[in-house]
Design a protein around this ligand. Structure first.
Ligand code: MN
Length: 491
């Protein structure tokens, strides 16, 4: 992907080498191996130069004589900021004595994580790269430490990777960690997966050929490949299905990548004309993406020789996004995103990642010393999202519980400020109506409308509350308000 390091990156490597000189990892290798591995991971994810440099320097503040000022002077504010964030994240973790009280999260650690994160999501991406390399080299640590790091990776970092839709990372992390958390089970399940794949091998080759021929006949350009089932996700699925392996339908899976959405649906049709689809196993995550923005069509079929095979059909772009998630967005919009981060603007994130905006606003509140309801904060990160549509079909993601005004302010504050009514699925509705998954929401506006204090009662998201308060404050400066604006609604 990259031909040659830039002078800045080369310089960062030099600085890190010098700083870590004489230090060794538990593996016995010189310490610099680790930051260089993190560099490589970040490059593979397609991250921007500042992130890569910060990755190279990520352990210098904590472990060497280098200071934040040194880094700022040589590499600029943005790199210093990222290194500082990663350092804060690890100091937040040093306080944990016992993993069981730390997990699922002590409030303090969680808070610090959020504050560091809120400033720049790239901090988390560096941390994930750091953790990935540490997991890859975990065997050098004493068993007790191995378990601790592995458990934390399974319960905190892998779910975060999933939240960012970094599928490839989630799978690698979870499987590496699961091996240490439960070695016996890991072995057992790996064998099952291997056996299944072996028994399906011939049949899969046959299917690949049949589908390939059919797609060629329809002049659809495609790539087809097997996908490896992750051991940890099988473990979790089995737990959900009373350990009944016969209820797991995606042990064998084929992935088909085509040029565009139309071809995805055409391919689905072709597959169903060749094999018998299983009822209730068709999932259209293209029309309704998963919470983390994942898109694909899934269908499970039964082949002529009675094999159960799951297909995943998606475009190249959906595939990149499923594998690399937020990192892929950086790759596609690198310049734009980085520029906007520098300017403190985050509006150009893909819509399905707007939860990050909410996170950042919450972090800003925390920094200003304002009160934040931690329960609500957790909700923003992990709660269910719903996807609703504009009449034109744009997908907007909102937290469960969102109301029409949240939707309106998400579109634009100009729209939010002038709401006079709402149509949900073509019918007139009211502003107290909770939006539901798949609703088509049309906001009616009037130029003469002005925002009302009472609207604060009809708002669920911090984002919309913030926008509304902003306008209310502006307006009250120009005229005497009839009554004072209440701070935040009690829930
Ligand atoms: Mn490190």
């Amino acid at each position: 992907m990259k031909e040659k390091d830039s002078a800045r990156v080369e310089r960062a490597v030099e600085v890190a080498k010098k700083a870590h000189e004489g230090q060794f990892r538990k593996t016995g290798e010189p310490y610099i191996i680790h930051p260089l591995a993190v560099k490589k991971i970040l490059e593979e994810w397609g991250m921007d130069e500042d992130t890569i440099i910060a990755g190279i320097l990520h352990d210098t503040i904590e472990d060497t004589d280098l200071t934040l000022d040194d880094i700022r002077n040589e590499f600029g504010e943005s790199v210093a900021f990222l290194v500082d964030g990663v350092t804060k994240l690890s100091t937040a973790r040093t306080g944990m004595r016992d993993i069981d009280t730390y997990l699922p999260e002590t409030k303090d650690n969680f808070l610090r994580l959020m504050i560091a994160l809120g400033d720049d999501i790239r901090v988390l991406i560096i941390k994930l790269a750091d953790r990935l390399h540490n997991l890859r080299t975990l065997s050098a640590l004493p068993p007790e430490k191995q378990k601790k790091i592995a458990k934390e990776s399974l319960e905190v970092f892998a779910p975060l990777a999933d939240r960012l839709n970094m599928g490839r990372l989630r799978v690698e992390m979870a499987d590496l960690a699961f091996k240490y958390v439960d070695p016996k089970r890991f072995e057992e399940l790996s064998n099952i997966i291997e056996k299944y794949n072996k028994s399906a091998e011939r049949s899969l080759k046959q299917i690949e050929k049949e589908i390939g021929d059919a797609l060629k006949k329809e002049k659809i350009k495609f790539e087809i490949s097997g996908r490896v089932k992750s051991v940890y996700s099988l473990h979790k699925k089995l737990a959900k299905h009373n350990q009944n392996i016969n209820e797991i339908y995606d042990l064998t899976a084929l992935r088909i990548i085509v040029d565009d959405v139309t071809d995805c649906y055409l391919t689905l049709g072709i597959i169903h004309s060749l094999y018998r689809p299983m009822a209730g196993r068709i999932k259209d995550y293209i029309a309704t993406p998963k919470q983390n923005g994942y898109q694909s069509i899934h269908t499970t079929v039964i082949t002529k020789d009675k094999h159960v095979v799951e297909f995943q059909i998606r475009t190249r772009e959906m595939h990149e996004y499923a594998e690399r998630g937020l990192a892929a967005s950086f790759y596609y919009n690198e310049q734009k995103l980085t520029e906007n981060y520098k300017k403190g603007k985050i509006e150009h994130l893909p819509t399905n990642l707007l939860w990050i905006t909410e996170l950042q606003m919450t972090a800003a509140r925390l920094r200003e010393g304002k009160k934040v309801d931690l329960k609500k904060l957790k909700l923003n990160l992990f709660a269910d999202k719903i996807f609703v549509y504009t009449p034109k079909g744009d997908i907007i993601d909102l937290p469960k519980g969102a109301l029409p005004l949240d939707f309106a302010y998400r579109l634009h504050s100009e729209i939010g400020d002038h709401v006079v009514g709402v149509k949900i699925n073509g019918k007139m509705s009211n502003l107290n109506k909770k939006l539901e998954q798949g609703d088509i929401v049309e906001i009616l506006t009037s130029k003469n409308q002005t925002p009302k204090v009472s609207w604060l009662e009809k708002i669920f998201t911090p984002h919309a509350r913030h926008k509304l308060l902003h306008t209310l404050n502006d307006n009250s400066r120009n005229s005497t308000p009839e009554r004072p604006i209440p701070p935040t609604r009690k829930k």
